[in-house]
Design a protein around this ligand. Sequence first.
Ligand code: NAD
Length: 463
Amino acid sequence: MEMTESQIKSIVGEVMAKMQLGSSVSGMHGVFTDMNTAIAKAKEAQKIVHRMSMDQREKIISIIRVKIKENAETFARMGVEETGMGNVGDKILKHLLVAEKTPGTEDIKTVAWSGDRGLTLVEMGPFGVIGAITPCTNPSETVLCNTMGMLAGGNTVVFNPHPQAIRTTIFAINLLNEASLEAGGPDNIACTVEKPTMDSSAVMMKHKDIPLLVATGGPGVVTAVLSSGKRGIGAGAGNPPALVDETADVRKAAEDIVNGCTFDNNLPCIAEKEVVAVDAICDQLMHYMVEEQGCYLASKEVQDRLVKTVFNEKGALNRKCVGRSAKVLLKMVGVDVPDNIRCITFEGPKEHPLIAEELMMPILGVVRAKDFQDAVEQAVWLEHGNRHSAHIHSKNVDRITEYARALDTAILVKNGPSYAALGFGGEGFPTFTIASRTGEGLTSAATFTKRRRCTMSDSLCIR
Ligand code: NAD
């Protein structure tokens, strides 16, 4: 059903009014005032989910898919309005991607060995209630995608979301529970608290009924989860470099890199955060970026003003700049540009703060390298050992292999925009929880299960 702009605005207004922070969230499924109650409710729901057939779980997931599609625009508008980050058009695409391509129960597989001594199965079983912490950069996308995978694996989930995105998160959690109820499943397959804090997070991390924690966010939260004494899946920060060598289709590289970098105003953790270009094609690449791809070439003076604006006095990121468009960022430093400017670029050394730091803004510094070896070394330095994502534009397979080995990241996109790794213009499934630090890589239903071996000795082999 097509909705008009004013209908969408009125829905967003209604939901926002209903969910003003501090006021009651009665009527919203899965939302509780305290973390212990949220966990107890999710535990009750998990007992039911565990007994459900795979078909029943899949039925809930298929209704979730329909509801996400119906509400993609509302989610996108709520996310942008509440966090001030990203852009509505790209956020709609992200929600449609989650709805259409997040794996469901087909991801849960059994391995079997049968032979002279009988039959052995390895099955993927649920952990129970999973405790998940989510970022403000992809708030509803992460909650929806995590829940679909966790539910497919037979789990329920309690979220301690970023407080800056609580209303959008609550809207997502309500939708997930409505889908479950519609499919004949239990309420509270996904739960949260009205006011998430560090304290509610600590309760979740220590709770006896939470056997698995999944943290999606910066280094602080991943370290906290990994220090909890429980099994932790850590999806941490990145600073993905895009290397371009002289064998690349330089014009296409410029297009792919700027498309990837500017997607949702550079919020995705996998997005190109800087470019390392070999000297032979560096000028040509920048020419295409500026002349054909809507990049604004920042002077030294504008770069200095940007540094002063995007970092605070303590050197931390100014949250008012994260996920803003190039036009807005430039306006903050007194530069007016036309609407077709979608990215800011300049050439600088790898140590330049706008290059070395993970900004999550469409600012794409270009580092010049004397040759391919030098480019690889600079890219390794820029990735800071996160082993998260890296990208390369080259036609030389040996070089691509060398780069992949040197960077050793969970994601490596060759000759395409970074979002191709999420199944968007590339093969494969999407996720917004890329377990870079703990090594599970792109998470899906199977990631949220534990392996159980079941052996029948000396029978049930009928070969
Ligand atoms: P953030 O680290 O500020 O917050 C993430 C979540 O962790 C929030 O819910 C926050 O409340 C919580 N948190 C932060 N410190 C905590 C602590 N010490 N103990 C408990 N909870 C804590 O990140 P953000 O700004 O919301 O998101 C952006 C960051 O997340 C970037 O670094 C980005 O690369 C990363 N990220 C990674 C992935 C991935 O899949 N690897 C996905 C999205 C975002």
